[in-house]
Design a protein. Sequence first.
Length: 146
Amino acid sequence: MKIVIQRVKRASVTINNSISGEIGHGLLLLVGIHESDTEKEVNWCCEKISKLRIFEDQENKMNRSVTDVSGSLLVVSQFTLYGNARKGTRPSYIEAARPEKAEPLYDYMIDKFKKITELKIESGQFGAMMEVELINDGPVTLILEK
């Protein structure tokens, strides 16, 4: 599993000119699911992300989690995170999980966040062409791999 984590002031996902998900202060998560991923990897990532201390405290040190600051999460599937462009000019996506495996894990991740946090959880739509807008806060961007 590979997740690009962006601390945002706001973010949204639009599909066919209609907003599918929208948050204020929180985290935008671009989620790539590997062919070998299971619920075990999803559980680990959800726990890690909900406790990841990347928000500033009173002393301007990144010492608070999205949970601590009552932020929100916008979860967007992005199989292209597993694009391999080492050979040629057309990336290979062979490491990305096929939709029949990836979509249930993506849905499981959203449900898992809802179970372990009281945060507002928004999402894109699996497999859809999406427009993602964000105002990166910091900027703070991390890549989490499990």
